[in-house]
Design a protein around this ligand. Structure first.
Ligand code: SF4
Length: 244
């Protein structure tokens, strides 16, 4: 993925953005350099929740899917502790089925929408047990056919648990890649499709692992820290009105 300076400026102007002094001094966008710098920059920060859980051993398709459902509209730090609490009691479909919905609900009570999520998690466990011999397969159609599972969770589970090249776009990946000027899309769903055309496959899983902490701590939503950002010279800062 390479975005030349003049091309990016034309695209920024076409989007109604203004050309700032810093934009005129931008250099060619090199995705390999950008990813290497972001990789280094996020090292001090906590890992994205699902990657953290995978490193702790919760790396099956079922565990990743359950953790992703818990993570919806929930802070990463809450996701990790909540998923750990559930997995201490039940981490396979067979174990989850033994729990009543009320018990699952109690275990995941710290996440948002815990009651419907508890029902969803138990339903997925039942489907896994009855239709897939207790083990969810690395099959996108199967995962997307589960109630409550969307493209982001399916792609994260398949990317992390199965090693498949899949892009999972959350609000951070969406915001940062649009600011970089690599895509120009109004929704995370459209960003996922657009990135498939411009992002080298070797980064399809890692983009989420890196841009979640990068978006939380450096390229933040309201006031990104551009002046100290390691990719400032290459980033087109599309739509950035104010920054620190
Ligand atoms: S912090 Fe600023 S310079 Fe860095 S990626 Fe975000 S918008 Fe670009």
């Amino acid at each position: 993925m390479e975005v030349r300076g003049k091309q990016a400026l034309r695209r920024a102007r076409a989007r109604g953005g203004s050309e700032t002094e810093s934009e005129t001094s931008k250099v060619r966008f090199d995705i390999d350099i950008v990813m290497a710098r972001v990789r280094e920059a996020v090292q001090p920060y906590p890992k994205a929740a699902l990657f953290e859980l995978a490193e702790e051993g919760f790396s099956s398709v079922f565990e990743q899917l359950v953790a992703c459902i818990i993570s919806i509209r929930t802070l990463d730090e809450v996701t990790v502790t909540t998923a750990r609490r559930l997995f201490e009691i039940a981490r396979t479909p067979a174990e989850v089925i033994k729990l009543e919905v009320a018990e699952i609900d109690r275990l995941i009570r710290d996440c948002t929408f815990h009651e419907p999520k508890a029902r969803t998690i138990r339903d997925i466990a039942i489907t896994a047990a009855e239709q897939h011999d207790g083990v969810l397969p690395c099959d996108v159609e199967v995962l997307l056919g589960l109630r409550g599972v969307g493209p982001k969770c399916a792609n994260l589970a398949l990317g992390i648990a199965c090693g498949q090249a899949r892009i999972a776009v959350d609000i951070h990946v969406h915001r940062v890649t649009n600011r970089w000027g690599c895509v120009q899309t109004p929704t995370p769903e459209q960003t996922m499709v657009a990135l498939e055309s411009v992002l080298p496959k070797r980064y399809w899983v890692e983009i989420n692992r890196l841009l979640v902490p990068f978006g939380k701590h450096i390229c933040t939503g309201k006031l990104p820290h551009c002046s100290t950002c390691p990719v400032l010279e290459m980033c087109r800062q599309v739509g950035v009105q104010r920054h620190s």
